[in-house]
Design a protein around this ligand. Structure first.
Ligand SMILES: NC(=O)c1ccc[n+]([C@@H]2O[C@H](COP(=O)([O-])OP(=O)(O)OC[C@H]3O[C@@H](n4cnc5c(N)ncnc54)[C@H](OP(=O)(O)O)[C@@H]3O)[C@@H](O)[C@H]2O)c1
Length: 263
C-alpha cells in the first residue's frame, strides 16, 4: 500500500490506462487529482473511487497551454504536497507520413509533448522546493522505435524520452524520480481516438488493440514499476520484442517494421 495517503495527479484519467490507474490508486487510498478534457467522464469516474483518501477533478486540455497553466494554479492552491504526476493523457495517429499535414504533426506534438512539458515546468519547482517528487511518463514502444502510420505520434513520444532522460540526469541528486513507461498494445480507446490524415478520430478499434493487454493489468504493472523507481519499462505482449530487435538485431527490426501489419 505504498500509495496510501500519497498525492497523485493523473492526466488522461477519463479513459483507458489513466482510468485504470485512478481506480487502482483509489483502492490503495491515495489522494487523487484527475484531469482530462471531458469533465462528465471524470465525475463518473470519481464516483467509483470510494476508497480514495480524497479526489479532486481538474479538467484541462493538453493542447491548450493556458488551460494547463490554469489547472496547475488550481491544483497548487488546493494541495499541500504532491508526490507523483502521471503524464498519461495523449492521442495517437493512423496516417501515412506523406498524407499527414504539418497541422496534424503540430497537434500530436502539442498534446503528447508540449502538454506534458508545460505541466512539468510548473510542477518541477514545487518538487524541488519540497525535496521530492516523481514524474511518470506514459510513452509507448513507438517512443523507442519508429512504426508505420505513427510518424508524428512516434516523434512526440521520442521527444518525451529525450526531455525526461535529461531532467532525470539533472535532478536525481535532488530526489526527483522519472519513470518512463512504454506500453505495447493495451486494450483501450486509443486507436478509436487516433487521428487520421483528415485530422479526425478514426473511430476504428484496431485488431491488435482489441487483443491487447487489459488496461487494469497495465496499470498494476505500471504502479509496481513506479514503486520500485524503475527508470524505463516495457509493458505488453510479444510486440515488446521489437524494442530488443531494434537494440540488438537492428536488421530484423528494419525488416519487420516495414512488413508487419501496423494496426
Ligand atoms: N492503448 C495502447 O495500446 C497504448 C500503447 C502505448 C501508449 N499508450 C499511451 O497511453 C496513454 C493513455 O492512452 P489510452 O490507451 O488509455 O487511450 P484512451 O483510452 O484514448 O485515453 C486517452 C486519454 O487521454 C486524454 N486526452 C486526449 N487528448 C487530450 C487532451 N487534448 N487534453 C487532455 N487529455 C487528453 C483522454 O481524455 P479526454 O478525451 O477526456 O480529454 C483520455 O483520458 C496515451 O499517452 C497513449 O499514447 C497507449
Amino acid at each position: 500500500m505504498s500509495y496510501k495517503n500519497k498525492t497523485v495527479w493523473i492526466t488522461g484519467a477519463s479513459s483507458g490506462i489513466g482510468e485504470a490507474l485512478t481506480l487502482n490508486l483509489a483502492e490503495q487510498g491515495a489522494h487523487l487529482i484527475i484531469s482530462s478534457r471531458r469533465s462528465e467522464s471524470l465525475e463518473k469516474l470519481a464516483e467509483r473511487c470510494e476508497k480514495a483518501a480524497s479526489i479532486l477533478i481538474v479538467p484541462l486540455d493538453l493542447e491548450d497551454e493556458q488551460s494547463v497553466q490554469n489547472a496547475a494554479d488550481e491544483v497548487l492552491e488546493k494541495i499541500k504536497e504532491l508526490h507523483y504526476v502521471f503524464h498519461n493523457g495523449g492521442i495517437s495517429q493512423r496516417s501515412l507520413t506523406h498524407e499527414t499535414s504539418l497541422d496534424i504533426d503540430h497537434k500530436l506534438m502539442q498534446v503528447n509533448y508540449f502538454g506534458a512539458i508545460s505541466l512539468t515546468k510548473r510542477i518541477l519547482p514545487v518538487f524541488l522546493n519540497q525535496g521530492f517528487g516523481h514524474f511518470v511518463v506514459t510513452s509507448t514502444i513507438s517512443g523507442v522505435f519508429g512504426f508505420p502510420l505513427r510518424s508524428a505520434y512516434s516523434a512526440s513520444k521520442h521527444a518525451l524520452h529525450g526531455y525526461f532522460d535529461s531532467l532525470r540526469a539533472e535532478h536525481v541528486k535532488n530526489n526527483i524520480d522519472v519513470t518512463i513507461v512504454c506500453p505495447g498494445r493495451i486494450k483501450t480507446n486509443i486507436s478509436l481516438n487516433a487521428i487520421g490524415a483528415d485530422g479526425k478520430a478514426t473511430g476504428v478499434m484496431d485488431d491488435a488493440q482489441n487483443n491487447g493487454m487489459s488496461a487494469d493489468l497495465c496499470a498494476k504493472k505500471m504502479l509496481k514499476a513506479v514503486e520500485k523507481k524503475k527508470k524505463e519499462i516495457y509493458i505488453g505482449g510479444k510486440e515488446i520484442l521489437m524494442v530488443y530487435f531494434k537494440r540488438f538485431i537492428p536488421s530484423l527490426y528494419y525488416k519487420l517494421a516495414a512488413t508487419v501489419k501496423p494496426d
